[in-house]
Design a protein around this ligand. Structure first.
Ligand code: GLU
Length: 494
């Protein structure tokens, strides 16, 4: 078997869509499975669509996602195309450059070779001519497309021209043995003579992709199914050039739970948005790998480390039908990963979701209840609100919310007075001490613990939904607990 070399070839047009990130992940896992090489190639032949800074975004998002790039744009390349940033990783490799706009000379060389072979030809039709042709075709109710006017005109290289590939008409003998969809054939290629090089000498995707996949010795091309209809152009070029095509695996789209292509309408659709929403990269990677890929029939395991995914990954498990992206399932999985984090790791990850300075104000206290907090959340941004009682002493609780199920103002006052007394007499407060004392207080007043504890919870932790009451009180410390009990007693006493 040839060395496995896979590539991810995004166009630098903006944030990475989660579906695109999944394509990258599949290519990465396949490379890792075979101990091969994963390559990042920047496909920026369409300079008009290029978004400055997008290369950085791609590289950083992949890295945050957990995908290590083995070969990709070097620092020098980034500088040449104006995409360098301080701290950019030193990629590079022996098959570079990995940015298409820097490979123009090579594409021109191959285009000329194709013209010389008669597989491609020069075309000097002007935009006006093409427009007229198109209008006439439409008037005749024909499918519009280039007529092939220049096919045999031998247009000179000295006049402004594009280069088109000659697409054979009639019965087609091209076969795509797709690793996902099996054998695909075309009776008649409805493609018209596609432009592969523009008049400014810049290659278009269809030529660049073939040249690069060949020159970079790519063994497997994993990409979106939207490229299937134009894959015959690539197969034609491979055949004409006498190059062996890579294995193609065209993956189906990522769909929302409504069966429609996943987009902004479904909420987050860009990889970065999921990080911002507080998903753990390793949970997201695990989940995304299972959208449209399965480790085998009847396999019930769903939690896989990156290492395990790489061991299990194979093209056979890719599904030809769209993979459904279910936010709820992802949330569940995120919860599983959250609970398995070591407390210190959890604290470091949640830090950035706190308001400025807040984390530092409660780091120690939060550490002591981290295990309990982790179990009660699905997403990291829920934490700051849940533990607000730790870093804010100016919260105004909704005291009235506790006035139900037999609790009246005077009863609340009596409960809080007893609680203050219990704390006053204690030398140190522990969970056990508090629980025993507060249960005793509820009993003495002939109350169920539920409503009585709600008074304490709202008074001290300022909310109805919080981490466990007594552990939280211990974390807060006796003085702060007592101060809050006193304020609460004042309120209920009014
Ligand atoms: N640059 C293409 C895209 O962004 C990649 C297609 C391919 O992988 O061949 O969709």
């Amino acid at each position: 078997m040839k060395p496995v070399r896979t590539r991810f070839a995004p166009s630098p047009t903006g944030k990475l869509h989660i579906g695109t990130a999944r394509t990258a992940l599949f290519a990465y896992l396949l490379a890792r499975h075979y101990g091969g090489t994963f390559i990042l190639r920047i496909e920026d032949t369409d300079q008009a669509r290029r978004v400055p800074g997008a290369v950085r975004q791609i590289i950083e998002s992949l890295s945050r996602f957990g995908i290590e790039i083995d070969e990709g744009p070097s620092i020098d390349e980034l500088r040449q195309v104006g995409e360098y940033w301080e701290g950019a990783p030193a990629l590079g490799g022996t098959k570079g450059p990995y940015t298409q706009s820097l490979r123009a000379a090579r594409y021109r060389e191959v285009a000329e070779q194709l013209v010389a072979m008669g597989v491609a030809y020069r075309c000097d039709c002007t935009a006006e001519m093409l427009e007229r042709e198109r209008n006439e075709q439409m008037a005749r109710r024909e499918v519009p497309g280039y007529s092939g006017y220049c096919r045999d005109r031998n247009v000179s290289a000295d006049v402004p021209h594009v280069i088109r590939v000659r697409i054979p008409a009639g019965k087609c003998d091209l076969v795509l043995n797709d690793a996902v969809r099996g054998r695909i054939t075309w009776d008649d290629l409805s493609l018209r003579d596609t432009v592969i090089m523009k008049s400014d000498g810049m290659s278009l995707y269809h030529l660049a992709v073939v040249v690069d996949d060949h020159d970079m010795e790519i063994s497997h091309v994993i990409r979106g199914e939207e490229w299937i209809p134009t894959t015959p152009i690539h197969l034609l070029l491979y055949r004409a050039l006498g190059w062996e095509p890579p294995v193609f695996a065209h993956v189906a789209q990522v769909l929302g739970t409504d069966g429609k292509k996943l987009s902004k309408r479904h909420g987050a659709a860009a990889l970065e948005q999921f990080f911002e929403a507080g998903y753990l990269p390793e949970a997201l990677l695990n989940y995304v790998a299972l959208v449209g890929w399965s480790p085998g029939k009847g396999e019930e395991q769903e939690i896989f480390s990156k290492q395990e995914l790489a061991e299990r990954f194979s093209l056979d498990g890719l599904s030809a039908s769209g993979g459904v992206f279910d936010d709820q399932k992802l949330e569940w999985m995120n919860g599983v990963y959250l609970r398995s984090l070591a407390n210190d790791d959890f604290l470091q990850r949640v830090r950035c979701f706190f308001p400025e300075g807040a984390f530092e104000r409660c780091e120690e206290e939060l550490k002591s209840i981290a295990g309990l907090v982790k179990e009660r959340i699905k997403l990291l941004p829920e934490v700051p609100e849940m533990v607000e009682f730790l870093y804010r002493d100016d919260l105004v609780p909704d005291y009235a919310a506790a006035l139900k199920k037999g609790i009246t103002g005077p009863i609340a006052v009596a409960l809080l007075t007893d609680a203050l007394e219990a704390l006053d007499g204690a030398t140190s407060i522990t969970h056990e001490y508090l629980e025993q004392a507060f249960r005793g207080i509820a009993e003495r007043h002939g109350l169920k613990v539920g409503p009585a504890f709600t008074v304490f919870r709202i008074s001290v932790l300022c909310k109805a939904i919080t981490p466990p009451l007594f552990e939280s009180m211990v974390a807060l410390g006796r003085d702060r607990v007592m101060a809050r009990l006193r304020s609460a007693r004042d309120w209920y006493g009014q």
